[in-house]
Design a protein around this ligand. Structure first.
Ligand SMILES: [Zn+2]
Length: 104
């Protein structure tokens, strides 16, 4: 692992907060769209999609709570710092890719 990566191992809190807020807004819009689609579409399918979106929203809320504490961006599995590239894609990630792979 090059030292360059270690120096930039964390997103700034501001960056992470912006990405989480973006994620939350996108998911809330998704829920609205699903509610609108719900009437005409397969109810079970829509309910399953809503459930999935709500799970992500709960993860986003949990990440907001970790933000500003030492826990944010630290893998719950192995305690390593989660690479910022991963947090940019998945700002509410709890685990590094390795631990994620082990638990799935
Ligand atoms: Zn890990």
């Amino acid at each position: 692992m090059p030292s360059e990566t270690a120096r930039h191992a964390r997103l700034t809190e501001q960056d992470a907060r912006r990405r989480l807020e973006h994620e939350r807004t996108a998911r809330q819009e998704q829920l609205r769209a699903l509610a609108e689609a719900g009437a005409g579409a397969d109810g079970n399918l829509v309910a399953a999609q809503e459930e999935a979106v709500r799970r992500v929203l709960a993860e986003v809320d949990a990440a907001f709570e970790r933000l500003g504490t030492a826990a944010y961006g630290v893998c719950e599995g192995c305690g390593a710092l989660i690479p910022p590239e991963r947090l940019e894609i998945l700002p509410y990630a709890r685990c590094c890719v390795g631990c994620r792979a082990r638990t799935q």
